[in-house]
Design a protein around this ligand. Structure first.
Ligand SMILES: [Mg+2]
Length: 200
């Protein structure tokens, strides 16, 4: 079986948060924020922003339905890394919390910045069902289990924790929203300062 690398999309392949903040002129709910203030990727969990889930979704929706989504920059070293993995014959599949309605601009962004590298994107439709306590109906772990995945590159602690608890080795890219995590806290989560620091 072809060995596959599983890769998150936002913040691992694309600098989405930078674009979101830029789009909103660094004002969320009339509060000034910088990237370092984003202590949780799920904005409604940052107390001082005073958001509930629907208003969080709206902040993302206004951005994701704007032309600005086409300007999201790629993450440094990600392309070089993917090219190397592909040259080694590895499969590259992305699992994202983005929803299916974002497919067209997601594929366009991948084609622009990572041409021919990602063979498949699995969309998990985060926050599609607000009556559920889960962020996504199918979790990243459900997908990894289904495909016998063993390694994932991630930035979001909520996903990383669940994967690592189920013996997936997670390379966690250092971001303001995972600052609470330090190496050694979980045997299956290895935090790295950049995409180029991942040994696989
Ligand atoms: Mg992410």
């Amino acid at each position: 079986m072809k060995e596959t690398r599983w890769i998150d999309l936002d913040e691992v392949l694309f600098e989405t948060m930078n674009s979101l903040l830029d789009f909103h002129n660094n004002q969320i709910n009339n509060i000034s924020v910088t990237r370092n203030d984003i202590t949780d990727y799920h904005l409604h969990k940052i107390q001082r922003l005073g958001l509930d889930i629907p208003s969080n979704i709206q902040i993302w929706d206004t951005f994701q339905t704007s032309k600005k989504v086409h300007d999201i920059k790629p993450v440094k070293w990600a392309k070089e890394k993917l090219e190397k993995l592909k040259a080694q014959g590895k499969g590259l599949i992305s699992i994202t919390g983005r929803s299916a309605i974002q497919k067209s601009w997601t594929y366009k962004g991948l084609e622009n910045h990572y041409p021919g590298l990602i063979s498949e994107v699995i969309f998990l439709n985060a926050y599609a069902d607000l009556s559920s306590s889960k962020i996504t109906e199918k979790t990243k772990w459900d997908i990894c289990k289904e495909f016998w995945a063993t390694i994932m590159v991630e930035d979001d602690m909520h996903y990383a924790q669940e994967l690592a608890d189920n013996w997936i080795k997670v390379y966690l890219l250092d971001k303001p929203w995972n600052a609470q995590y330090q190496n050694g806290m979980h045997q299956n989560i290895i935090k790295v300062s950049g995409r180029d620091k991942i040994p696989v």
